[in-house]
Design a protein around this ligand. Structure first.
Ligand SMILES: Nc1ncnc2c1ncn2[C@@H]1O[C@H](COP(=O)(O)OP(=O)(O)OP(=O)(O)O)[C@@H](O)[C@H]1O
Ligand SMILES: [Mg+2]
Length: 380
């Protein structure tokens, strides 16, 4: 589309060289002029140049100006078309106006009048295009708002559903918690050799059931004005616990899990349950993405000056470039068949940002993905 500051473009369609060339000479100082000696050539130029106004003779051999007008209207209903009529051919001029021409000028034309009519019609086309652009922008904005609203409504519905879910889950979880503890104590006292490894496994179950209970408590208090006060927590310690829980899942899926965790506790002021779920989401995704290829997941926790970097790298399926900008959106999932909710990374990003950190992703489709979570540490 022509920018408003550029010279307006005029397309002249006339089979007679005389009027065509005199129009070109007349208009050249103020307009970019394109000319065609028949309607077919004119239509081709119309598509290429997108002129602001067309000046077209009515009577031409081959396709007439009237037929040309009909075809122009199909291509661009808002483009100004001025018809050139023979002297005294008022009826033809009226017919052209009835069929959608915007103006007409009789031959031989007056140069000053021609200039005025063209200016008026260029203005008209441009006003139409501007309002069309504005309408398209408003439509796009409207679509975006509707999408955001739909997302908010889904989150609100989820809020209601999760309140009931949290309530319902509380009771069975308390029972499991009780029995796990009972079994753990019983095994600890037992004399048999194999009980040692069972105790270890049961401890892991116990730890994760505890996390579930803490998550439930957190969800129950969600929306309360007073959030739980932040505490000094160890990021490397939390990562160790998360990986202990995920290791059996990786083994089960044939995924090799390599871990390097720095010695430093990497302490920050925050919420352990939240950080744990944030890390867990990313590591679980990495294992899930690598399962089909029986790939590798490498987790590195490295402390730098004032922050800690958690790098979770996998050799899994990778993420398609078109999907990459959407992975942190709530409900974006490619795991519909595996009942993925698409909330994992959304939650992770929120938790990381609540702790003044950042999350970065780098992925090559078919090769693998690296997520880096950076969290600022407390001054020691
Ligand atoms: N390591 C990864 N490799 C490839 N794709 C990934 C990886 N991590 C995330 N994705 C893509 O991002 C999407 C969103 O991830 P997210 O964790 O938010 O939801 P999900 O894993 O699909 O569902 P849920 O977390 O509820 O199981 C995934 O469906 C997947 O397409
Ligand atoms: Mg996930």
């Amino acid at each position: 589309m022509t920018a408003a500051t550029e010279l307006p473009q005029i397309l002249v369609i006339d089979d007679e060289m005389g009027p065509r060339e005199s129009l070109r000479m007349l208009l050249k100082p103020n307009y970019q002029v394109h000319t065609a000696d028949c309607v077919e050539a004119g239509l081709k130029l119309l598509k290429e140049k997108q002129p602001d106004t067309i000046v077209m003779d009515i009577r031409m051999p081959g396709m007439s100006g009237i037929e040309g007008l009909r075809q122009i209207r199909e291509i661009d209903p808002n483009l100004s078309v001025i018809m050139l009529t023979g002297f005294g051919a008022l009826d033809t001029a009226k017919e052209a106006l009835r069929l959608g021409a915007n103006d007409y000028i009789s031959k031989p034309f007056d140069a000053h009048e021609m200039q005025q009519v063209i200016d008026r019609n260029v203005e008209r086309t441009r006003a139409h295009r501007t309002s069309e652009n504005a309408a398209a922008e408003i439509k796009e904005l409207n679509n975006r708002l509707l999408q955001q609203l739909a997302q908010k409504e889904r989150l609100a519905a989820l809020g209601q559903a999760s309140a009931e879910f949290v309530h319902d889950l509380g009771n069975p979880l308390t029972i499991v918690w009780g029995y796990v503890q009972l079994l753990a104590r019983r095994l600890e006292k037992s004399e048999e050799d194999e009980s040692a490894s069972s105790v270890k496994e049961l401890k892991i179950i116990e730890q994760h059931v505890r996390t579930c209970r803490e998550l439930l408590t957190m969800w129950q208090s969600y929306g309360n004005v007073e959030a739980s006060p932040p505490k000094q927590i160890s990021v490397s310690g939390i990562l160790c616990e998360v990986l202990k829980g995920i290791a059996p899942m990786a083994t089960e899926s044939g995924v090799e899990l390599n871990v390097t965790i720095c010695q430093d506790p990497c302490t920050l002021l925050g919420d352990a349950v939240q950080i744990s779920r944030a890390i867990q989401n990313v590591v679980v995704n990495a294992v899930q993405a690598s399962a089909d290829k029986k790939g590798k997941v490498t987790v590195v926790c490295a402390q730098k000056d004032f922050y800690v970097d958690l790098r979770i790298e996998d050799t899994g399926a990778g993420i398609q470039p078109t999907q990459l900008p959407r992975i942190f959106d709530p409900y974006f999932t490619t795991k519909q068949a595996k009942s993925g909710t698409g909330l994992g990374l959304y939650i992770t990003k929120k938790v990381v940002e609540d702790h003044n950190g950042s999350i970065k992703v780098d992925s090559t489709h078919g090769v693998g993905t690296v997520f880096t979570i950076r969290l600022p540490l407390s001054a020691s």
